[in-house]
Design a protein around this ligand. Structure first.
Ligand SMILES: Nc1ncnc2c1ncn2[C@@H]1O[C@H](COP(=O)(O)OP(=O)(O)O)[C@@H](O)[C@H]1O
Ligand SMILES: [Mg+2]
Length: 416
């Protein structure tokens, strides 16, 4: 900002365009007499003036003083040229042999900053006029620069605003796509679930021999179908749950409950799986206050964590499930001594469809939904989940739930 100012004001050179040498000398003397530090470059004609300006393009004068009437042209044209030079232009003063209103107006209109009549009295003032004109010019230039800066800023602001608008548009699109995905998942899983129930009951009837006695081979075959049907049912149930969680439409039925009860229920559900791998589940249950929650849904969350602990343990391993009170919260933790999770993979935990891929793990069946659902259910209880794990050593998954909840009458009309 200071640089052009120095260029215009610091270099105190005046280009004086005056065809009469005596006048030029007089003017030079006037500047000398007042002890000013202006350096005066004198040229005697329009052509010379233009030539001088062209040659000094890079080192322009701070001011041009030009006679109105030159033998080969007019001073106003020289001043006009000066105004277009450099970054902010050069101010100019017109000298006239006689004072005339019309001339003055014309001069000012053509870009001269001032005009001075060439008589002895008025010329005395020329050095002061020069100083004043330059000061005014710098002020104007400064204002112009500020204005330009402001305009530039506004332009940039507008650009940023347009970008923001676009990004917001994208975000809206993304939200819409996410909503469509959630709707799709929720609708399809619901539709897929519907025919499963009659299929299952027909198969159960077959197995129980209601439709006719089965031989051992047929019975076994029905067993296989039923087992896979249950898996399918669970998978569809998980997708349905996840879509509801993502849409914020999961329905919880809050009641007074105890987490120890939910833990016991979850252990019961996973017992057969643990037994099959000869894994011992040991429960260390502290005395626990009742909380407000959905016992079935919290049991499901615990079951998902417990299922993983068993699934990712070696055969004949050990899983410990522990409950305790922690200030205003109750906590459940599930520890296994299984394959563990590398530090780099731990950030993928609790995200839908994220199974930490390694050949060992891919042997384990699963959809990668269990942790995401557990997290969603726990968060719906205003709780927190977390995990600590070391590769090859085992993992601890834990969550905590506040003992008291702010539940509205609408959510649980039978409470408080
Ligand atoms: N206790 C655990 N030990 C090791 N890895 C685990 C454990 N629990 C979860 N994981 C990792 O997190 C992934 C996601 O778990 P989850 O959402 O329950 O999906 P799934 O059980 O269907 O694979 C698992 O595939 C596994 O890689
Ligand atoms: Mg799982």
């Amino acid at each position: 900002m200071t640089e052009p100012k120095e260029q215009a004001g610091g270099n105190k050179t005046i280009l004086l365009v005056e065809d009469e040498e005596a006048h030029a000398e007089l003017i030079r003397k006037l500047f000398e007499d007042i002890g000013s530090d202006w350096k005066i470059e004198w040229v005697a004609s329009f052509k010379e003036a233009m030539k001088w300006l062209a040659e000094n393009e890079n080192k322009p004068p701070s001011l041009i003083i030009a006679d109105y009437l030159l033998p080969d042209g007019d001073g106003l044209s020289v001043i006009g040229k000066g105004r277009k030079m450099g970054e902010v232009g050069i101010p100019g003063i017109i000298l006239t042999s006689y004072g005339s209103e019309r001339l003055a107006v014309r001069s000012l209109k053509s870009g001269a900053m001032d005009y001075v009549t060439k008589n002895a009295v008025e010329l005395q003032d020329l050095p002061w006029t020069a100083e004043r004109v330059l000061r005014e010019w710098l002020n104007i230039a400064e204002r112009k620069r500020a204005e330009e800066e402001r305009e530039q800023l506004l332009k940039e602001l507008k650009k940023e605003r347009d970008k923001l608008k676009k990004a917001m548009g994208h975000m809206a699109d993304l939200k819409e796509v996410t909503r469509m995905k959630t709707d799709f998942l929720s609708i399809t899983s619901h539709e897929l679930k519907t025919p499963l129930t009659p299929m299952k009951s027909q198969l159960q009837m077959l197995r129980e021999g209601y439709v006719g006695k089965l031989n051992k081979k047929q019975e076994k075959s029905i067993e296989v179908v039923l087992r896979n049907l249950t898996r399918l049912e669970n998978l569809i149930g998980d997708i349905l749950d996840l879509s509801r969680i993502e849409a914020g439409r999961i329905k919880l039925s809050f009641d007074s409950m105890n987490l120890n009860g939910a833990v016991k229920e979850a252990i019961k559900m996973q017992e057969a799986f643990a037994k099959g791998k000869n894994i011992e589940i040991s429960a260390k249950l502290a005395e626990m206050p009742n909380i407000i929650g959905d016992a079935e849904r919290l049991g499901q969350a615990i079951g998902n964590l417990l299922n993983n602990a068993i699934k990712f343990s070696e055969k004949a391993g050990k899983v410990i499930i522990e409950t305790k009170r922690l200030g205003k919260n109750v906590q459940v933790s599930i520890t296994d001594y299984g394959i563990g999770i590398a530090k780099a993979d731990q950030k993928k935990l609790f995200k839908p469809f994220s199974q930490i891929d390694s050949s060992m793990r891919r042997e384990h069946v699963g959809t990668g939904l269990g942790l995401a659902i557990a997290k969603g259910l726990i968060q719906a209880h205003n709780g927190n989940v977390g995990a600590e794990s070391a590769l090859g050593k085992g993992s601890t998954f834990y969550f905590s739930i506040p003992i008291t909840q702010k539940i509205t009458k609408k959510e649980a009309p039978y409470i408080g």
